[in-house]
Design a protein around this ligand. Structure first.
Ligand code: EPU
Length: 337
């Protein structure tokens, strides 16, 4: 049965575990239900907030409108070719369930993205990435419901304007669509990407470079570095790694010889937010119920009972330190709601 709940507590629906309430809440597992819920919000003149697994959202206040949680399931083979397969996947499929499904079936492409929390529908929004792979590399198309025009959209990967933790869904289409399905093009032949950090060493320690070993290695590295949201509330990276233009690189290198810099094709560089925050002395620090994680300072954590506003205030303080020390602006990676 389809119900729109009133005055819904959101604490269990976001990986920070912060308490907030929504005036209305609906889980929608069909396009008809999405249409109904969107009409309901329009009729009541309240905004709609689409929530996936809640692993990248920081609630800083109660939501006066409708929180819509797409729960469309299903992993269907849309194209089955000798060299590749296209899977059309419901937005509500848990991300890591999809990765496991692919690894078990010998499909290459998503294995480095093992262990990322959240749902499939959220993956294209911020173009999730880890260990040298971004989800855009495997996305064939995204289907979404346009809440303003009340029609279904189909966007090719190119039309999604993917960038580093960025897409059209964070820009022109922000707050305007509900992603319903994502199609992934996966390879049947080995095409592994093991050159990021210590991934190759971790895979070799497990044996041959098989899909299963890559998944196990990634899960192992993540478990060492990233706090488990079920144990310690967090949303993964709170900040993006900052990108600086070519003209700033020389000066930064001169001033901070040991600053990690990942060179980009345009001559600019991606810096390590973790390093910058660490250098400012924030690693492992605690402010009230909030903290900067002691293994990965890019992650802010809720030690228990923190509010979203407190976590955001800590994030702002970290941004200010990095600005004062390095003249670099850290952008938020989490979505503040
Ligand atoms: N570092 C420190 N101090 C620390 C930890 C790390 O200085 O305490 C520095 C080191 O120089 C290290 C560098 O940070 O070499 C990079 O660390 P890591 O390889 O762990 O990656 P990251 O840049 O911190 C990014 C993603 C993660 C993703 C990892 C692995 C962003 C914002 N974050 O983190 O994504 O898992 O790479 O690929 O791009 C997420 O988006 O939520 C997320 C966790």
């Amino acid at each position: 049965m389809f119900v729109i709940k009133k005055d819904m507590p959101l604490g269990a629906l976001n990986s920070f575990g912060v308490e907030a309430r929504s005036a209305y809440y609906a889980e929608v597992n069909t396009i008809d239900k999405i249409k109904f819920a969107v009409n309901f919000a329009a009729y009541n003149q309240v905004p709609v907030l689409v929530l996936g697994g809640g692993s990248n959202t920081l609630f800083t206040h109660d939501h006066v409108g409708l929180v819509l949680r797409p729960t469309i399931r299903g992993i269907a083979v849309a194209e089955d070719m000798p060299r590749h397969v296209v899977l059309r996947v419901g937005a509500g499929v848990p991300w890591d369930g999809l990765v496991e499904h692919c690894v078990q079936r010998g499909l290459y492409g998503l294995e480095n993205l093992s262990g990322i929390p959240g749902d499939v529908g959220a993956a294209p929004v911020q173009n999730i990435g880890a260990y040298g792979v971004e989800v855009k590399d495997c996305i064939a198309k995204v289907e979404a419901f346009d809440m303003q025009r009340r029609e279904l959209l189909e966007l090719s990967a190119e039309e999604c304007h993917f960038g580093y933790r960025d897409s059209i869904f964070k820009r022109e289409l922000r707050g305007k669509t509900v992603i319903t399905h994502v199609s992934f093009k996966l390879q049947r032949t080995a095409d592994l990407c093991l050159d990021y950090g210590d991934l190759r060493t971790a895979v070799e320690a497990l044996g041959d470079p098989t899909l299963g070993n890559v998944r196990q290695a990634v899960l192992g590295i993540r478990a060492q570095k990233l706090p488990d949201p079920k144990v310690l509330g967090n949303a993964g990276s709170f900040f993006k790694n900052p990108v600086v233009p070519p003209e700033r690189c020389g000066e930064l290198k001169r001033q901070h010889g040991d600053m990690p810099m990942h060179e980009l094709p345009d001559g600019g560089a991606k810096l390590s937010a973790a390093w910058l925050i660490d250098q400012c002395g924030w690693k492992g620090r605690r402010v009230g119920a909030c903290g900067v994680h002691d293994q990965q300072p890019l992650v802010l954590v809720n030690h228990g009972g923190a509010t979203g506003a407190e976590l955001l205030a800590l994030g702002r303080d970290v941004q200010q330190s990095v600005r004062e020390h390095f003249g670099i602006e850290l952008e938020l990676e989490v979505n503040v709601a």
